[in-house]
Design a protein around this ligand. Structure first.
Ligand SMILES: NC(=O)c1ccc[n+]([C@@H]2O[C@H](COP(=O)([O-])OP(=O)(O)OC[C@H]3O[C@@H](n4cnc5c(N)ncnc54)[C@H](OP(=O)(O)O)[C@@H]3O)[C@@H](O)[C@H]2O)c1
Length: 246
């Protein structure tokens, strides 16, 4: 097992990509704490895994709130004594063309996707520096690299995550902390649930691998970055998109 007894926090672990990251980490022997805002969905996911794996926990947290995040890290430290892996996966979209976008749509998307990632990294790095070990995986989006119609807020936040990752990698490398970014293309989750079938079909046809991605496609790459197999990789950005932009 690649992550035996590692303690991992996966934000947005109640569904979609985050749920599958938690699943793959559990299969690799990690103790996993999932967080999200909707307690009912968290509890459902927790119960799904609890029967199969012992080391799963959950926390109701709004990652945009620094005090919520700090409380979660305090609780995890109280129970497990360390945090080895952090996956900043939680994210939201509130799409609108720039000229129609409200200040609230801009602020919320930045608050969750960018500030939320800062909040968790800030808390995690303090612990990881003390332990001289850490793996941080930030989930960005192809919107950050290529832009996307109706997503100026989301692409700005996700591009910010890439810049933040590279700066962090330079700061914490000496503490044996690796920080990397995974950039999913179109992955079949609730997040793309409102995209019309016709457009999904166009995306598939444009993709050299001729399909959309699955949460497992992303989660397997996260296992690689969370494990010591990627020990000499930091500040990197890897696309999981089936070659969509080639
Ligand atoms: N699906 C795609 O095609 C795609 C493509 C590129 C990038 N991504 C990125 O991949 C990540 C996962 O996406 P997904 O498709 O799995 O999305 P999803 O199915 O909508 O799941 C999002 C997760 O984030 C949680 N979350 C949202 N706001 C939160 C907050 N303020 N605090 C804590 N948790 C919060 C959600 O739970 P609650 O609602 O209960 O809080 C849920 O667990 C996101 O960062 C997304 O931007 C996805």
């Amino acid at each position: 097992m690649k992550l035996k007894d590692r303690v991992a926090i996966v934000t947005g672990g109640s569904r979609g990509i985050g749920k599958e990251i938690a699943h793959q980490f559990l299969k690799e022997g990690a103790k996993v704490i999932i967080c999200a805002t909707d307690e009912e969905k968290l509890l459902k996911t927790f119960s799904n895994f609890k029967g199969l794996y012992n080391d799963i926990d959950y926390c109701v947290v709004n990652i945009a709130s620094k005090s919520d995040v700090d409380k979660m890290f305090d609780n995890v430290m109280g129970k497990y004594g360390r945090v080895d892996i952090l996956v900043n996966n939680a994210g939201i979209t509130m799409d609108a063309q720039l000229y129609k976008m409200t200040e609230e749509e801009w602020d919320r998307v930045i608050a969750v996707n960018l500030k939320g990632t800062f909040n968790c990294c800030n808390a995690a790095v303090k612990i990881m520096k003390e332990n001289g070990y850490g793996k941080i995986i930030n989930i960005s989006s192809s919107s950050a690299l290529d832009g996307n119609f109706g997503q100026v807020n989301y692409s700005a936040a996700k591009a910010g995550v890439i810049g933040m990752t590279k700066s962090m990698a330079k700061e914490v490398g000496k503490n044996n902390i690796n920080v990397n970014v995974v950039v999913p293309g179109a992955i079949e989750t609730e997040m793309i649930g409102t995209v019309p079938d016709k457009i999904l079909e166009t995306w598939k046809q444009r993709t050299p691998l001729k399909r959309l991605g699955s949460p497992e496609d992303v989660a397997k790459v996260c296992v690689f970055f969370a494990s010591d197999d990627s020990g000499f990789i930091t500040g990197e950005v890897i696309r999981v998109s089936g070659g969509f932009t080639l």
